[in-house]
Design a protein around this ligand. Structure first.
Ligand code: K1U
Ligand code: ZN
Length: 172
């Protein structure tokens, strides 16, 4: 297993529509295991393949307290949503240090293939529902700041630039 570098916004791969996974090969299984290790190390509650520079429809998620409920989703699709939406604070491993409120469905039903190629349908709410929507956005070339107004997105990008400049100075 390996910890992979996480691509930082605004890398072009984060704006691409990721391609479906055609075959669940040994390479895909190894990549999924490496993504899980990278996600736990970060630490994060989710990770999408474009964030490790692979433009394919593969995500890992674990929102459990104990970090013992890993979900690997291949070719995930949201097939239904509830009617309610709510606003909650989100972060992103590709924009470290930026936290903004995003409006999302509170309940979603997702269909995906697992690592054995079995089709799963799962109903989710709470942080899991938010995380699924956040990760599936990555597969469609969208990051959470794309949900914000232009003004708020510009402010977030300015803050990100300043945080990076400070980090560079701190490392000198
Ligand atoms: O896709 C990503 O960048 C991962 C992202 C997922 C996410 C976080 C919050 C709301 C929705 C989706 C993260 O995991 S950022 C890190 C984070 O929020 C966190 C880290 C450790 C424990 C709990 C949260
Ligand atoms: Zn993210």
């Amino acid at each position: 297993m390996a910890i992979l570098p996480i691509v930082q916004y605004p890398a072009p791969v984060l704006a691409e529509t990721a391609k479906p996974v055609a075959d669940i090969t040994e390479e895909i299984r190894t990549l999924a295991a490496d993504m899980a290790e990278t996600m736990y190390d970060a630490p994060g509650v989710g990770l999408a393949a474009p964030q490790i520079d692979r433009s394919i429809r593969l995500v890992t998620i674990d929102v459990s307290e104990e970090k013992n409920h890993l979900i690997t989703m291949i070719n995930p699709e949201i097939i239904a949503t509830g009617e309610e939406k709510d606003t909650g604070e989100e972060g992103c491993l590709s924009l470290p240090g930026i936290y903004e409120k995003v409006n999302r469905f509170t309940e979603v039903t997702v269909r995906y293939q697992d690592l054995e190629g079995k089709t799963i349908e799962m109903e989710a709410d709470g942080l899991l529902a938010i995380c699924i929507q956040h990760e599936l956005d990555h597969l469609d070339g969208k990051v959470f700041v794309d949900h914000l107004s232009q003004l708020k997105r510009n402010r977030a990008c300015t803050k990100l630039r300043k945080l990076r400049q400070q980090a560079t100075k701190d490392n000198q």
